[in-house]
Design a protein around this ligand. Structure first.
Ligand code: NAD
Length: 494
């Protein structure tokens, strides 16, 4: 791992950051917002947000670039070269970008470097390979006709990104959108805009992307509202909370019925049967998936449903691991958990801890801020485990922090019932030596992703996304390509 670039980052963060419209960095005229370093509570930098005119200008630039710019006319092979060059930027500047991610988000530098960054570069390579491989079909219609379908770009795509993987999730949207020939306006979270701003600065300097193809607007909900309600935006790809996802659907319906894909929240169950094939691996992997990145992952397993025969032993091990976790500065190699991303997020975790206690859940470990030494200035929350029931609010609401609920079950049917008794349906884990049972349970779970005997498997070739309140549509693989294209049917009389 390369060392972090802290001195460089402090220097770079000195200048207020601006929007990027039609190939030019400019003031968004929407006022300044300070972002806070979650490790210290100090100001990290300032953003000059986009006002309504700047958002309009960004959409107009994307529209021009789509309708009449060189992007649409570029040979697919050339478009692939552009995408690969963008991916290379992420690889070459991995330490610099990982430093900004850890500073703005509070995740460990090594998490940003090892988890976020490699896929940020590689997803552009993956979709570069698709530029000339996603096409229509010839349809066997009756009569004297030729009928075929064509895949065409959607047009101007608004990409709205949350703060937990600020650069990776932006790349998950940018790569397939660009691969299919769209133009974009992207909006990061105001808490974590810097890694994306820097990435786009580097892309602008090093890669020949025509003006207007990638536009960046800065700001919070009001900017996202304007994008989702904009009559000239053809599609919104949104990752974030379920509440905001609903707003986006309303805005899409009330404006131009733009298409919408939603990657939303979760409350994912992790079902561990008595006959778990490798007890130690299951405990360690489950713990890691739950608490890595300080519990700020949409698909993490936040409800562990554990069969009675192994419940005590499994929980004892989890508690022992939680007690040992060292919270601290993301750039200190001894740290195992960084601060929550924002003060609001820390307060949300503490509020739910209070709710858990009040509703009678048994607090097994944690349940408080970590204020040791210099941590007192940051937003650190100790890894927290409650023993509770599936009916409790802490087992129903997405908390999005290091707060786990463990729940015992007796029979397979009880586990399935509790697992599905949630408005969410993002992911689920099943651990059992009996693969017939594991498949049977996987089939019954209302979850977009089910992991048997290893929670948390991800690959660009496999669809990512949830069911029910966890979202609409999928990202990754061919599914992203479908979401960033329109399907046309063309008839020819012969
Ligand atoms: P959020 O919904 O508050 O914000 C997400 C983005 O939407 C930000 O850029 C924000 O500025 C913008 N936004 C806020 N209000 C808006 C509005 N009214 N209209 C349009 N845009 C608006 O979410 P967050 O707190 O940044 O992220 C955490 C949430 O994201 C969690 O619920 C988590 O589960 C979810 N998430 C889901 C996935 C997934 O793939 N399913 C991945 C990561 C995060």
């Amino acid at each position: 791992m390369e060392p972090a670039r802290l001195d460089w980052a402090r220097e770079w963060l000195r200048a207020p950051k601006r929007v990027f419209i039609d190939g030019v960095w400019r003031d968004g005229e929407g006022g300044s917002v300070a972002s806070i370093n979650p490790t210290t509570g100090e100001v990290l930098g300032t953003l000059q947000c986009a006002n309504a005119a700047a958002v309009d200008a960004s959409v107009a630039a994307a529209r021009r670039a789509f309708a009449s710019g060189p992007w649409g006319a570029l040979a697919r092979r050339e478009r692939a070269r552009v995408l690969r060059a963008i991916g290379e930027v992420a690889r070459t500047h991995r330490a610099e970008l990982a430093t900004l991610i850890a500073l703005e988000n509070g995740k460990l530098y090594r998490e940003a470097y090892d988890d976020d960054m490699p896929d940020t570069g590689d997803v552009f390579d993956y979709y570069a390979g698709w530029t000339d491989k996603f096409y229509g079909e010839s349809c066997p219609v009756d009569g004297d006709f030729i009928n075929y379908t064509a895949r065409v770009p959607v047009g101007v795509c608004g990409l709205i990104v949350p703060w937990n993987f600020p650069l990776l999730l932006a790349a998950w949207k940018l790569a397939p959108a660009l691969a299919m020939g769209n133009t974009v306006v992207i909006k990061p979270s105001p808490s974590t805009s810097y890694s994306l701003i820097r990435f786009l600065e580097l892309v602008h300097e090093q890669v020949d992307v025509p003006a207007g193809v990638i536009n960046l607007v800065l700001g919070g909900g009001e900017v996202g509202e304007q994008l989702s309600a904009h009559p000239q935006v053809d599609k919104i790809s949104f990752t974030g909370s379920t509440a905001v996802g609903r707003r986006i659907v309303h805005n899409a319906a009330d404006s131009n019925l733009k298409t919408v894909t939603l990657e939303l929240g979760g409350k994912s169950p992790n079902i561990v049967f008595d006959d778990v094939p490798d007890f130690d691996f299951a405990v360690e992997r489950s713990f890691q998936l739950m608490f890595a990145q300080k519990g700020e992952k949409c698909s993490e397993p936040t409800r562990f449903l554990i069969q009675l025969g192994i419940y005590d032993r499994f929980v004892e091990r989890l508690v022992a691991m939680a007690e040992r976790v060292v919270c601290g500065d993301p750039f200190d190699a001894r740290s195992e958990q960084g601060p929550q991303c924002t003060q609001e997020q820390m307060e949300k975790c503490l509020r739910y801890i209070a709710i858990g206690k009040a509703e009678g859940a048994q607090l097994l470990v944690g349940g408080e801020r970590d204020v040791r030494g210099s941590n007192a200035a940051g937003y650190f929350v100790r890894p927290t485990i409650f023993a509770g029931t599936n009916a409790m609010q802490i087992a129903r609401d997405e908390i999005f922090g290091p707060v786990l609920v463990v729940i015992p079950f007796a029979e397979e049917a009880d586990a399935v019932r509790m697992a599905n008794d949630t408005p969410y349906g993002l992911a689920a884990g099943v651990w059992s030596r009996d693969l017939s049972r594991a498949h049977r349970v996987a089939n019954q779970l209302d979850a977009g992703m089910v992991f048997i005997n290893r929670y948390g498997c991800y690959d660009f070739a496999s669809p990512f996304g949830g069911l029910k309140h966890s979202g609409w549509g999928k990202e990754m693989a061919v599914h992203s390509l479908a979401a960033y294209t329109k399907l046309k049917s063309i008839w020819v009389k012969i």
